[in-house]
Design a protein around this ligand. Structure first.
Ligand code: HEM
Length: 141
């Protein structure tokens, strides 16, 4: 294999991203609606227990790891040398958005209503940008 370091960083980035995005999808699509049906106290109680458990630290690690390795993935592949291209623009935008998502997740503004909606919707946007990067050549820019 030509560039094993690129393969390893890419693998780890996508693996951590799957965990982070997967946790959002599962909690928002299945878990929270089910708990809400049991009553608002159930939702708050379980969310409180989840926050206090070690799952939160794993999610922080996955989030920070995803964003850091995303930056590294692009950096070692020369994305910063071509910021005028669609690939470079997507890389920079995703990099900044990723940092904002982590700052929101670990910071004091976590769970503010409007920010929370923006945070959740940032995931499909981010995912789309990732796939667009993969196929950047097809967009003819
Ligand atoms: C919610 C956050 C993120 C998710 C869910 C995510 C997910 C993914 C996925 C699934 C891929 C593989 C895409 C494909 O091969 O079609 C990928 C690739 C990539 N990601 Fe991310 N990512 C996230 C954040 C970031 C951030 C913050 C950066 C930093 C700029 C980044 C940089 C990259 C790069 C450079 C690639 C390789 C694109 C290529 O050349 O094919 N990612 N990401």
């Amino acid at each position: 294999m030509d560039r094993p370091e690129l393969f390893i960083v890419h693998w780890l980035h996508v693996f951590l991203a799957i965990y982070w995005f997967g946790a959002i999808l599962f909690s928002r699509v299945s878990l929270f609606p089910a708990l809400r049906r049991l009553g608002p106290e159930s939702l708050e109680e379980v969310r409180g227990a989840m926050k206090a458990g070690h799952g939160t630290k794993i999610t922080y690690t996955a989030a920070i790891g995803t964003v850091t390795l995303g930056w590294v993935r692009g950096f070692i592949d020369g994305a910063l040398d071509d910021l005028g291209s669609l690939y470079g623009q997507l890389y920079l935008t995703a990099g900044i958005l990723g940092i904002l998502m982590v700052v929101y997740l670990v910071g004091p503004l976590y769970d503010r209503p409007v920010l929370n909606i923006m945070y959740v919707w940032a995931f499909p946007v981010m995912f789309t940008m990732m796939v667009m990067m993969r196929f950047a050549g097809l967009f003819g820019w």
